[in-house]
Design a protein around this ligand. Sequence first.
Ligand SMILES: [Zn+2]
Length: 78
Amino acid sequence: MDLCAERVAALNMYMNSGQSKINRLIVFRNERPKDLGGMPCGACREFLMQLNIENENMEIMVDYDLKKIITLKELLPN
Ligand SMILES: [Zn+2]
């Protein structure tokens, strides 16, 4: 399994500060996602939720052009 940038950033935050709660995440890719099956990937969604249960309320900007924001708990079932 590859290690995505989201997990690397969260692990880096935790290892260097001890913090596990994330308020906001912005994900970028070359093209606009066609649905919510894009980033963060399923492994990252699960990891972020297990890192701190309060991360369920983290805001994830999934489409920069449209300024579309969704919470992790809304995204996780997908
Ligand atoms: Zn991922």
